[in-house]
Design a protein around this ligand. Sequence first.
Ligand code: ADP
Ligand code: MG
Length: 291
Amino acid sequence: MELKIANLSKTYKKGTVKALDNFSVTLTSGVYGLLGPNGSGKSTLMNIITDNLNADSGEVLYDGDNIKKLGKSYRSLLGYMPQQQGLYDDFTLNRFLWYMAALKGLKKKEAKQKIVSLLETVNLIDSAHKKLGSFSGGMKQRALIAQALLNDPKVLILDEPTAGLDPKERIRIRNFISEIAEDKIVLISTHVVSDIEFIAKEIILLKSGKLVSHDTCDNLIKEIENKVFEIETDKESLKYFQDNYRVSNLYHNDDKIIVRTVTDNPPKGCKTESVKPTLEDLYLYVFENGV
Ligand code: ADP
Ligand code: MG
């Protein structure tokens, strides 16, 4: 199983906005985290992969065949949770899932079995007859994930599945995705590092429509080994660091302030300690400006 994304480019507004710029990556089974700030092109990429949007150039191949050519047979193995979903607030969850099952062409018997088991999987069986409008953010996200799974997808595309969730709900969704990921290609977009840090086999960094790099979390972090420092400073000098460096963290230690930063140029003449980098540091290094 392989999804090959080859040289995708996409512009909006008559070419003035470059949302994707010659983006290529090949996915095999497992969880991939698509990491990038708002506006970096994550949703555009996902819309193209799910054939909801045409690229200006480039192609997407599933096991060697262009998804445009595969058409219906590709869609039948695809599960997609879009970022902005007009939720059917007046529908009960049960009705919503039946409706989506019909759209996906599931037979009645098949749909019935699937809906019962999915309600269990997403832990919403007690809410099946409640209206979606009454759901919390986390319940809505789980309902949306459930619809994406109705057809047992081999390729599962989740666009910011944890957006708007509190930390407890995030953890729950994260663990849940990790559980269902077996034998699937799962692509999850987020701008929150902790959503994917531990569940993704590979992280894909996307910046202004361009692929920055893709690799395991451990390998990516190696790129900034010896670039992360904790610097001892004081109130007077703090602003200098905040204005010039990528500051990931700061804390007070008696009358001293310790600033954590990721930089190619550590300051001279201060008490500076090299520390172990994290993916959060890498995110700052790639996406924030600083010396
Ligand atoms: P992300 O999902 O990472 O936030 P998007 O793919 O939504 O990024 O957007 C990438 C860029 O394309 C942004 O600059 C955004 O403003 C622009 N964009 C996205 N959709 C449209 C659209 N329908 N029309 C015009 N510009 C768009
Ligand atoms: Mg988006």
